[in-house]
Design a protein around this ligand. Structure first.
Ligand code: ADP
Ligand code: MG
Length: 596
């Protein structure tokens, strides 16, 4: 008996669908790209439950004939290429004729479509590749596709989906990638009956403002300068943030021939152009659009990948870096920029610091942890030394699996501050170096986590409430965190769909302005991602702790240092931060002796 047989189409389609449609966001991308390919000028996206229940795209494009409507759902049915070589001159978004076939294999699809020249339109309903209805209908010119219950017949995929917050964020990210290159097309994005984005047709700059800023104020885009370079090889235009307006949170977008792309190498070019201009971990935001002969790039055959190869990457790297530098040099107000500097501003290495006698001034009344209204009890037990009993004195601290270093006698040992950054003290096996900022952050982190689980943070009312307004994807995050933020002392009142006023902040933050702290929390959660409640809380606690912790450069008195070290060593694990960064390091006696 022969054993080879062809898979039924429905099975083959389902398998292939996994390639193209991994999640609601990939489905949205395909549908919106089809609308753009159809010449639509107005595209509405309607989503329910982050795309799980409904993903609908309505366009005013050319529509399809009755025959085309049916063909569109067949695999490799496309109106966009006829021969393999057409691939190289591709200017449309889709080209493989796979998207609709894939979508209808894993969802329930209902489509109405009509061309301008046809009196009646076509209604088509397909459930898991089976056509269940096809009939004439009356509908406006254009196409309206409703994708319901995505993955209804692929339980594994359905289970694989993340929380609604994550999936909605993915949808918005995908949506941004598209709307930022089609400013002349108007878009709306509705989620669960709420309009998250309303983007009128306009210029690129107006589109950027509409997505990330506020079109009425144009504050967002005024922080950018234009980049523009034409060469035989490539044309580069776009906007790069002025160095003084850089933040930790950056929007970084490259587009090539009207498509979003990720390009770590070109990112490096932009970062290099900024070197010496940004402080610490600030990142440049940019929106850079490349135009290049399609033959000079590797047309990305895989629809879900966003990396693109260029024929002449080194040259483009140089052109890009030079044009960003030129743009910054032309417009920036800081005249001290030295374009020959390629290093970045950094905290100087310890050995560059002049060695001065440690200054120990004692102010026994000052307590760095005492903040107005803080209710957190002083938890330092009097017999804390007992915690260290039994610890081996000879353990190799750098590699030990139980790595908390042995600190001799926290109550009475000498302590010095070094370089405005480290607390030095003698340990059982060597000189203990403690990073002051991280140590404090670790202590606060533990506090915040506990407050989050007991919902009992102390808050401090702001005299002048601050206003936070956010792009919609971040608004989604903020809303998800509201309960936890309240629990630790942030009181937020919604002012409009995209803004809140901050009425109070956690007591520990009494010296900070609320806005940057809140923005940082959101940005961190966005970057690192969090799915479970516990992960959310850890992210919130960590950001808050980092914001509230004593900064580098702050001079500490001896009692302050001692208090901090005492609190630190009470933590179950104090060698590293929750994010893995080193808090405590030991310069062993052996290492010290070797130097002499
Ligand atoms: P591709 O976009 O790669 O051609 P798709 O499966 O996405 O493949 O779409 C198949 C065909 O269906 C397209 O080539 C196009 O002719 C037609 N089509 C799909 N969506 C639309 C739309 N919104 N408006 C008009 N035609 C469409
Ligand atoms: Mg397509």
């Amino acid at each position: 008996m022969d054993i080879i047989h062809l898979l039924p189409d429905s099975v083959a389609n389902q398998i292939a669908a996994g390639e193209v449609i991994q999640r609601p966001a990939s489905c949205l991308k395909e549908l919106v790209e089809n609308s753009l390919d159809a010449g639509a000028k107005r595209i509405q996206v309607i989503v329910r439950d982050a795309g799980r229940t409904l993903l609908q795209v309505i366009d005013d494009g050319v529509g399809m004939s009755e025959m085309d409507a049916r063909l569109a759902f067949e695999r490799h049915a496309t109106s966009k290429i006829r021969e393999a070589q057409d691939l190289f001159s591709l200017r449309t978004m889709g080209f493989r004729g796979e998207a609709l076939a894939s979508i209808c294999a894993v969802a329930q699809v209902e489509m109405t479509t009509r061309r301008a020249e046809d009196e009646t339109g076509t209604l088509l309903e397909i459930h898991g590749s089976d056509v269940v209805r096809q009939e004439p209908c009356s509908c406006p010119v254009g196409t309206n596709i409703k994708v319901s219950n995505l993955f209804f017949n692929v339980p594994v995929r359905r289970k694989f989906l993340k929380t609604d917050q994550t999936e909605l964020r993915n949808l918005l990210t995908e949506f941004y990638h598209i709307v930022l290159v089609y400013p002349k097309v108007s878009f709306t994005f509705v989620h669960n009956d709420e309009i998250l984005l309303e983007l009128p047709a306009g210029t690129e700059k107006q589109r950027i403002e509409a997505v990330f800023g506020n079109p009425k104020k144009n504050v967002y885009t005024s922080a950018f300068v234009d980049v523009h370079t034409e060469t035989d090889l490539v044309s580069i235009r776009g906007f790069v943030v002025k160095p003084e307006n850089a933040t930790r949170k950056a929007e970084q977008y490259f587009f090539v021939n009207g498509r979003y792309m990720r390009h770590p190498y070109f990112l490096k070019a932009v970062q290099t152009a900024y070197s010496g201009m940004l402080v610490n971990d600030y990142q440049p935001s940019f929106f850079i659009y490349f135009d290049i002969n399609p033959e000079a790039i590797d047309v990305n055959i895989h629809p879900t990948k966003t990396e693109i190869k260029f024929a002449d990457e080194q040259t483009i790297f140089q052109i890009l870096m030079a044009s960003v530098r030129e743009a910054l040099g032309k417009f920036t107000l800081s005249p001290q920029i030295d374009f020959d500097t390629t290093g970045s501003i950094d905290i100087p290495l310890a050995q560059d610091q002049p060695v001065s006698r440690p200054q120990v001034t004692v102010d026994p009344t000052y307590n760095p942890f005492h903040t107005r209204g803080a209710v957190y009890p002083d938890r330092v037990p009097t017999n804390w030394e007992s915690l260290y009993e039994g610890l081996s004195q000879t353990r190799d601290l750098e590699t030990s699996t139980s790595p908390e270093p042995v600190i001799a006698d926290v109550d009475s040992c000498p302590m010095w501050q070094y370089a405005g950054k480290y607390i030095l003290l003698p340990g059982a096996t060597g000189l203990v170096l403690i990073n002051q900022h991280r140590a404090h952050a670790a202590v606060l982190y533990a506090q915040f986590l506990e407050q989050l689980s007991h919902l009992q943070g102390a808050k401090q009312q702001l005299l002048f409430p601050e206003v936070i307004s956010l792009p919609s994807d971040e608004m989604v995050l903020l809303e998800h965190m509201l309960a936890d933020l309240r629990a630790i002392g942030f009181e937020l009142d919604q002012l409009s769909p995209d803004s809140y006023s901050i009425q109070s902040i956690p007591a520990q933050l009494s010296n900070q302005s609320a806005l940057p702290v809140l923005q940082q929390i959101i940005q961190q959660v966005r970057e690192r991602g969090a799915d479970t409640q516990q992960e959310w809380r850890e992210q919130i606690a960590l950001s808050l702790a980092q914001s509230a912790a004593i900064p580098y450069g702050k001079t500490l008195t001896e009692p302050e240092m001692r208090d901090l070290v005492k609190r630190l060593v009470l933590l179950p694990s104090y060698r590293r931060m929750a994010d893995g960064k080193t808090i405590v390091s030991v310069l062993t006696d052996e290492e010290i002796n070797k130097r002499f």
